[in-house]
Write a protein that binds this ligand. Structure first.
Ligand code: AMP
Length: 277
């Protein structure tokens, strides 16, 4: 397995390949959630590229870009064990010559004026832009995204359709700890006490699902019940959407996806999670 830092080098390798290429875009600090995406790509493609890039363009000014965990050596070892062929780890300068004059890919307002997009202005422009660049550089046929970032997955699928990218987007289920906490690179910011608080996200979702299964379909009751379990957290949102359209869920919709986001005091760590009800 090779670690490649330069766009030109990766482009010339993929040009010489006559293989199906799977891409797994990540920001590194890999865990078993990422591993599940990499495994699936290795199974389904002749050649797997894992990108490890903490993308400055998707972070807001007061967010954790500087302290985001960077563990390339360890990440590369895991990728090799899982059978990946290349880790693509460019520097920010390699990816962006000029972030001030950058051509951005901007998802429509309707897709970003809610949930994470609302509290992280510019975030999904940064995500759509870097993912477009990675698709163009890697010439992948398939790309693997976790359902943990449900709004991201929705936006990327829409972008691929709207801009005619020849890439199949493969959604992958959320990987959790045995107690329900969704794996996240940001969990490394949590000590044991904060981790217990972080567990309230999955507990709230599971409780709402229980109510749903008992026949309670009132969005206010479901959201309030989840909110009650999340007491003590700095809650960003608790919402229910139609998973196909990401519009607010209404009672005539067949499926409902509950999404939550909250900061865990006193760490300021922002966690997200979601569950189909
Ligand atoms: P990140 O490195 O956080 O940008 O995540 C890279 C990819 O891994 C994204 O498609 C995420 O949705 C996915 N991912 C992160 N955590 C999980 C998880 N716990 N289960 C499944 N996929 C995940």
């Amino acid at each position: 397995m090779k670690i490649i830092h330069k766009i030109g080098e990766l482009k010339s390798i993929v040009k010489s390949l006559n293989k199906t290429i799977g891409l797994v875009p990540t920001m590194g600090a890999l865990h078993l959630g990422h591993a599940s995406l990499i495994k699936k790509s290795v199974e389904e493609n002749d050649f797997t590229i894992v990108s490890v890039f903490v993308n400055p363009v998707q972070f807001g000014i007061n967010e954790d870009f500087d302290k985001y965990p960077r563990t390339l050596e360890k990440d590369a070892k895991l990728c090799e064990e899982l059978g990946a062929d290349i880790v693509f780890a460019p520097s920010a300068d390699e990816m962006y010559q000029d972030t001030k004059e950058l051509t951005l890919v901007c998802p429509p307002y309707s897709a970003i004026n809610k949930l994470c997009g609302k509290s992280r202005p510019g975030h999904f422009d940064g995500v759509a832009t870097v993912v477009s660049k990675l698709f163009n550089i890697s010439k992948c046929e398939r790309a693997y995204f976790g359902q943990k970032d449900a709004q991201q997955l929705f936006i990327i699928k829409k972008m691929v359709k709207d801009l005619n990218f020849d890439v199949e987007i493969v959604p992958c289920p959320i990987v959790r700890e045995s107690d329900g906490l969704a794996l996240s690179s940001r969990n490394s910011y949590l000590d044991e006490k904060a981790r217990q608080e972080g567990l309230k996200l999955s507990k709230a979702l599971n409780y709402a699902k229980e109510l749903w299964q008992k026949g309670i379909k009132d969005r206010q009751v479901l959201c309030d019940s989840a909110l009650k379990i999340m007491e003590g957290l700095d809650v960003d949102y608790v919402e229910i959407v139609n998973p196909e359209t990401f519009e607010d869920w209404v009672e005539t919709d067949k499926n409902a996806l509950m999404l939550v986001a909250a900061k865990i005091p006193p760490t300021n760590t922002r966690l997200i999670d979601n569950l189909e009800l």
